[in-house]
Design a protein around this ligand. Structure first.
Ligand code: ADP
Ligand code: MG
Length: 592
């Protein structure tokens, strides 16, 4: 008994069944009537097939040996009827099933997308984006269509087999028993192969992700590849990835196909045994129709049984992929609204970091017990060598990552106690490189402020000193900016970023080296725009070029995740410490 259970579990384990059940109870539930309809159609089709087998006996015993004369037209008619019913039932089944399946795929894709968009940044940092893409576009379809096809095939074949077996017993129970002895042997082939398929599928999925990744890199980093003459290296990397995947697919095909010879042999064994026994018994004058009908049922059951075995082998692939999908769906983001979160009420816009410690991995903090006050409406500058933790401080206030200890408040409200939407609505970010979407200039400025009027968008562009260059673009505000804004210069992209921030009109402004990537002339244009943007807002600005922040209300020098010096520009120069050293180092290098 336990052996049988083990065998069954190797074909399809409880875990697998639970996995499929939990996914389908969520995603198939809304389409249950369609699916039940499809199942009924399947059953009708199986019954029609069994009905055809039943006709063999009256054909041989009645028709051929001249019995009831009405059989001459009754049998052909019923055969035609059954065939037609079978066809119609299969058609309906296909349509019902596919319409449900497409919607299930759609629902899963939407959920995975939702998962990806709300994922913690830390999780996204840890995975190559192509993995998520591969899961979203590649595997879901494979999972759903693979599993549905499997369920349909197995359900149809098993119901047909049950009917055929009933016919076999009905026609000749002794022969039927004989056949029955051989059926469990079919499981052997599947069992030995499934474990290997599961493993191969895991590898195949990794290989597939690597392939997507290589493709993704070629598109995103094409300029880099060209400039470094790395085309051959990339070609080779891609070729290796395809070769690996090809080898894995081949090994899966071999495994899958290996079920065929095993099953053929067992099927042959059953038929041979029946013929042998039947001829040994043939003296006792059983009807020819009975034997033919029995053999017909046996032959008819043979193919669906084989197909079921082969399908169960392919199910392993879908299940492995389903497990990856389920795992992705199950990861819950940790940075979410607290249950009792209220909207942030910004009264003045004062920001305070209080004893903040944070590390991208908790055991390696990059911010150490840092306390920092940004008075309402003030401009506070963070300076220091790169890697000190300045950008991290900005990411923390937007709650892109969660502090490990300490807290950050805005007007006295802990940012963990307010809704994420209201928190992020209160701040605008302009960073070193403004991310633009492949849309029009207009849509890029209005991104994040969908209900802005045209006049507001133009005014923001004007204040950002972008109106003029936009007017000179081939289609003005309707000009597409190209993927990630490649059709614009760095200075133009920054001014669009500033226009976007102006339009958002937030009380808090976060500037992360907004002019660092610009030449002196574009920097001047951008700086004037920034000045207009900062007016009347609480601003935290990270500056690489210290000359740009000389008039900040307060400057903090950050090193190794700690504030090592604070004061106004004049204070810090007078103190002749870390800031003064940074400043004079820059002055000399700029003069050179
Ligand atoms: P700064 O802006 O002062 O140059 P950052 O805040 O960008 O410094 O980085 C501080 C430290 O955190 C660096 O050691 C950097 O390698 C690390 N770091 C930055 N971003 C990430 C990230 N997404 N995942 C892991 N480590 C990061
Ligand atoms: Mg930085």
């Amino acid at each position: 008994m336990s052996r049988l259970r083990r065998t069954l579990e190797q074909i399809l384990s409880w875990d697998d069944i639970r996995l499929v059940a939990s996914l389908s109870s969520k995603y198939c539930q809304p389409y249950r009537y369609r699916l039940i309809g499809a199942a009924i159609c399947l059953f009708i089709s199986s019954s029609a097939m069994a009905g055809l087998i039943l006709q063999i006996k009256p054909i041989l015993d009645g028709l051929m040996q001249g019995g009831d004369p009405t059989l001459v037209w009754r049998i052909p008619l019923s055969v035609m009827g059954l065939v037609t019913i079978n066809g119609i039932a299969l058609y309906l089944q296909g349509v019902l099933n596919d319409s449900a399946m497409q919607r299930v795929i759609e629902a899963l894709q939407i959920d995975l997308f939702k998962r990806a968009i709300h994922a913690d940044l830390a999780e996204i940092d840890a995975h190559h984006s192509s993995r998520i893409v591969a899961l979203l576009v590649g595997q879901i379809g494979a999972v759903v269509s693979g599993l549905t096809r499997a369920i349909v095939v197995v359900a149809r074949d098993i119901s047909l087999c049950v009917l055929l077996v009933a016919i076999m017993f009905f026609r000749d129970w002794q022969l039927a028993l004989l056949v029955f002895v051989t059926i469990p042997l079919l499981g052997i082939g599947v069992r030995t192969i499934n474990e290997n398929i599961r493993r191969a599928m895991d590898h195949t999925m990794t290989a597939h992700a690597r392939l997507t990744q290589a493709l993704h890199d070629v598109v995103v980093a094409n300029r880099l590849i060209k400039l470094n003459g790395a085309e051959a290296v990339e070609r080779e990397r891609f070729r290796e990835a395809t070769a690996t995947r090809e080898a894995l697919s081949m090994s899966m095909t071999r495994l899958r196909s290996a079920t065929t010879p095993i099953n053929e042999f067992i099927g042959g064994l059953a038929i041979g045994a029946v013929i042998f026994y039947a001829s040994y018994r043939s003296q006792d004058g059983a009807s020819l129709g009975n034997l033919a009908s029995f053999l017909g049922a046996l032959a008819a059951a043979y193919r669906p049984l084989k197909r079921t075995a082969a399908t169960l082998a392919t199910v392993q692939e879908s299940i492995t992929a389903a497990r990856a999908v389920k795992a992705a769906l199950d990861v819950q983001p940790t940075i979410v609204d607290a249950p009792d979160a209220r909207p942030l009420a910004v009264t003045a816009g004062a920001v305070r970091y209080e004893g903040v410690t944070f590390g991208y991995s908790p055991e390696r903090p990059v911010i150490h017990d840092l306390t920092l006050d940004v008075p309402a409406g003030a401009t506070v500058a963070l300076v220091g060598q790169s890697g000190g933790g300045k950008s991290t401080l900005l990411a923390l206030i937007a709650r892109l990552y969660e502090v490990n200890s300490g807290c950050i408040t805005i007007d006295g409200q802990d940012i963990r106690q307010v809704t994420l939407a209201s928190l992020r609505r209160s701040m605008a970010v302009v960073s070193q490189d403004t991310t633009l979407f492949d849309a029009s200039v207009y849509d890029n400025i209005a991104y994040g402020t969908p209900n802005a009027t045209r006049e507001q968008v133009f005014a923001a562009a004007e204040a950002a000193d972008a109106h003029r260059f936009i007017g000179e673009l081939p289609r003005g505000y309707d000009t597409p900016v190209g993927q990630r804004g490649v059709l614009l210069s760095g200075g133009q992209r920054q001014r669009i970023g500033i226009a976007r921030a102006l339009l958002r009109n937030t009380p808090i402004l976060l500037l992360d080296e907004p002019t660092a990537a610009l030449d002196a002339r574009s920097e001047r244009a951008v700086k004037d725009a920034l000045k207009r943007l900062m007016h009347g807002r609480t601003t935290i600005v990270i500056a690489h070029r210290l000359s740009t922040i000389a008039d900040a209300d307060r400057i903090h020098v950050i090193e190794g995740g700690r504030i090592v010096e604070s004061g106004t520009h004049a204070d810090l120069i007078r103190r002749d410490g870390a800031y003064a050293r940074l400043y004079s180092a820059q002055a000399t290098s700029e003069a050179a």
